[in-house]
Design a binder for this molecule. Sequence first.
Ligand code: FAD
Ligand code: NAD
Length: 456
Amino acid sequence: MSDDQHVDLVVLGLGPGGESVATQAAQAGMSVVGIDERLVGGECPYFGCIPSKMMIRAAGTLAEARRVGTYAGSAEVSPDFSVVARRIREEATTDWDDAVAVQRLEDAGVRFVRGHGRLAGPGVVEVGGTRFVASVGVVLNTGTSPAAPPVDGLAGTPYWTNREALQATEAPNSLVVVGGGPIGAELAQAYARFGSRVSLVQSGPRILPADEPEASEVVAAAFADEGIQLLTGATVGSVAHADGRFAVHVTDDGGTDVELDADRLLVAAGRRPNLADIGLDTVGLDPRARSVDVDERMRAGEKLWAIGDITAKGPFTHMSMYQAGIAVRDLTGADGPWASYHAVPRATYTDPEVGAVGMTEQQARDAGADVRTGVTSSLGTRGWIHGGPGLVKVVEDRSAGHLVGATAVGSTGGEILAMLATAVHARISTAVLREQVLAYPTFHRAVSDALADLDR
Ligand SMILES: Cc1cc2nc3c(=O)[nH]c(=O)nc-3n(C[C@H](O)[C@H](O)[C@H](O)COP(=O)(O)OP(=O)(O)OC[C@H]3O[C@@H](n4cnc5c(N)ncnc54)[C@H](O)[C@@H]3O)c2cc1C
Ligand SMILES: NC(=O)c1ccc[n+]([C@@H]2O[C@H](COP(=O)([O-])OP(=O)(O)OC[C@H]3O[C@@H](n4cnc5c(N)ncnc54)[C@H](O)[C@@H]3O)[C@@H](O)[C@H]2O)c1
């Protein structure tokens, strides 16, 4: 083709990892084209991590102010959602405009193209009318989009996904949330704290099903205390929208029909990978696949690398960035270390937070490990002083003599995670962990109680 453009590298999809690969590769001297059809940076800065944590921070200050009566006197709390809506629009997303991110990319030497890109064979990507032929290859970082469950009547209604929920300018009087994973749980609580009457419908038996059952139980109890209606083991039969209101027909775990009526409906029932329409068949891969298989260097085929959520190694920004670093090392001929997934950390920013790393007890048992667990029912002295629930659970491979997974729940669960993640990552022996002196009375001191409980 006459308008073939020859470059070293094409990065298709500029989520957090793609943006990082494109930047680093250009800085290393490659000629790089970065393609995105939406916003440079992907879901995290505009519709994910950043605005959701900003909303959670705001909701957390309301919750803390409401605790004044318990600890320090009295305070009158009047939520005003417009304050956080403005902060998200102005400080976090610049009104959902990526001009700064595009400029940063171009300053690093990347040629940015906005449009829908498709592979057209190994090392070849088409976007608009242009074919880019990459001598080194293509890095895929196309990420995910909100999935819509097959529910009667849902399509065509103005339901929210995470994207609309994080662009809202006011908190609805009432909100039904479908899905009790991290997105549903985090946003359900944030909106409830701003005064929305929230019902959370989860198809499985518990919310946050990827975490330890003990963690789900503590968070569910906290939600119930805050007045969030939880319907677990529930099936959404149908959705209707009329006169500005949603009617959500649910069958609860006892088989009873429940009609939920709300101003808004947030569907947070999982994600679908952006793989169907990117020309995977032209490189011998299945476009209907749920993920792209990668090796330890993030290679997915001839002149092809893949990083981020589409690799199904952990749908988190830190995983996308970790894999970006590995892909860059491979692309530039550097040495490893190559990918290892035995200590993937994750934090869900509900209150209490859930910080977890590695395997849950069930995953460790399924993997055939010689499992021993230790668990606490609180975060010790500091947890008691602070108030609120908490726990630490450690999962040890007794034969190997080190932790293979751990969970911390509490107001600082995502921070206690740091020491647990180091222990699992570095496979520090349980004996050495037990020798460590932990400051009194920190929240993380509860880790020593969990380690002691391994012997119960
Ligand atoms: C509400 C919410 C909260 C979250 N909170 C956290 C959190 O606190 N911590 C955390 O670690 N993770 C969080 N996540 C997950 C996190 O956002 C993702 O794991 C992260 O964005 C990494 O995704 P990615 O790199 O795979 O790509 P994505 O961020 O999904 O970006 C992919 C990019 O590719 C582009 N693209 C796709 N197909 C094409 C194509 N054919 N042509 C051109 N461009 C294309 C898209 O436009 C998009 O910009 C959250 C997610 C959501 C939705
Ligand atoms: N703090 C964080 O790191 C963070 C925050 C938000 C999201 N994320 C990531 O983004 C991804 C997407 O999050 P998510 O919460 O949408 O997805 P998810 O797949 O983790 O959870 C979706 C939940 O919806 C439920 N569900 C599915 N269909 C349903 C239906 N018809 N009715 C009721 N419930 C239904 C499922 O049982 C599941 O528990 C996750 O993998 C998550 O790890 C991370």
